[in-house]
Design a protein around this ligand. Structure first.
Ligand code: PEP
Ligand code: MN
Length: 339
């Protein structure tokens, strides 16, 4: 870690920094320039003490030498991570779809979904049972009943269940009924939840917070790793910008960027990142060529009657066209993307 001192620092200022470093057991390397003095702080876990150095009035800024995340970084693990989920996998050159409604609404709805999606070859069935809704008066999901419905229909059709957890209190339920635990955009920085999920046996689908930088997102993944769970799938779901025609702005540059910085698989949620049914199909092609490992799309038997997010859900026919076009494109250019 490098401490850059403000211009015109005195020897007394320098000693303050050195004294603090020694107190923490670190070594120092002082470089006095005509304009600026910089002090290298050397030792284990120096970043834990970053705030103490930053608080000194003579300090202009702290420059990190290493990336703030380690376990999720490419340097630490040069090969691509593949997440095995029973007989399915995310990564490894596959392009997988995670599809299903925003919310689980009834057994009948989910039977239709599972039958249709599994018939197309989709392996991952999504559906929210505990819904994070901005208003407490909106439909907030069926809770445990929703998880049970998901499990039943997924088992009947050989699918894997993906569903969002909002509270660590529900972890036992998710361990029982779900194959991939989704952490939603609003919970990406719920650090207690992340710590708890670090102890889970299930893979985690970690959505990017809509106000989060890529670094914050990777640090959230680092929390999961640090607490013991190295089965993490990243999900770009759009970020909030000034643009009003879309619900969020799909940050497509995040895909190659994150693939560069990290070894984790990345998928793109086309429904939440656009908020618009008409943009899902054109953007699915972009996502296929972006190098992502898959896509998530909200699908509903009758989107106009959906209890949540109908405007960004495809009906079965629309999904089938999108799915087939994406898979065809992927097969055509897959070799090129991965070379
Ligand atoms: C969802 O997947 O239904 C959801 C609420 O997503 P996000 O957390 O990305 O808003
Ligand atoms: Mn939704």
């Amino acid at each position: 870690m490098i401490v850059v001192l403000k211009p015109r620092t005195t020897d007394e200022d320098i000693s303050k920094v050195v004294k603090l470093a020694k107190e923490f057991g670190f070594d120092v390397n002082i470089s006095k320039g005509a304009e600026k003095t910089i002090i290298g702080i050397i030792g284990d876990n120096v970043y834990e003490r970053r705030d103490s150095f930053e608080a000194l009035s003579c300090v202009e800024k702290i420059v990190a030498v290493l990336k703030p995340f380690k376990l999720v970084s490419r340097e630490f693990h040069p090969g691509d991570t593949v997440i095995n989920i029973g007989d399915a996998e995310i990564g490894n050159g596959n392009f997988e779809f995670i599809a299903g409604p925003c919310s689980v609404e009834s057994m009948k709805q989910m039977e239709m979904e599972a039958e249709f999606l599994s018939g197309l070859g989709v392996k991952f069935l999504r559906g929210g049972a505990f819904k994070p809704r901005t208003s407490p008066y909106s439909f907030r999901g069926l809770g445990v009943k929703g998880l049970k419905i998901l499990r039943k229909v997924a088992n009947e059709h050989g699918m894997k269940v993906v569903s969002e957890i909002m509270s660590e209190q529900d972890l036992d339920l998710f361990e029982e009924y779900v194959d991939v635990i989704q952490v939603g955009a609003r919970s990406m920085q719920n650090f207690r939840l992340l710590e708890k999920l670090g102890g889970s046996t299930k893979p985690i689908l970690l959505k990017r917070g809509f106000m989060s930088t890529i670094e914050e997102w990777l640090l959230a993944a680092e929390y999961l790793f640090h607490h013991g769970n190295d089965r993490v799938i990243l999900c770009e779901r759009g970020i909030r910008t000034f643009e009003k025609y879309t619900r969020n702005t799909l940050d497509i540059s995040a895909i190659p960027l994150v693939k560069n910085l990290s070894h984790l698989p990345v998928i793109v949620d086309l429904s939440h990142s656009t908020g618009r049914r008409d943009l899902i199909r054109p953007l699915s092609k972009v996502v296929v060529v972006s190098g992502a490992d898959g896509a998530m799309i909200e699908v509903h038997p009758d989107p106009e009657k959906a209890l949540s997010d109908g405007q960004q859900s495809l009906n079965f026919e629309e999904f089938e066209v999108t799915y087939r076009a994406s898979m065809k494109l992927y097969q055509m250019i897959g070799e090129f993307i991965w070379s």
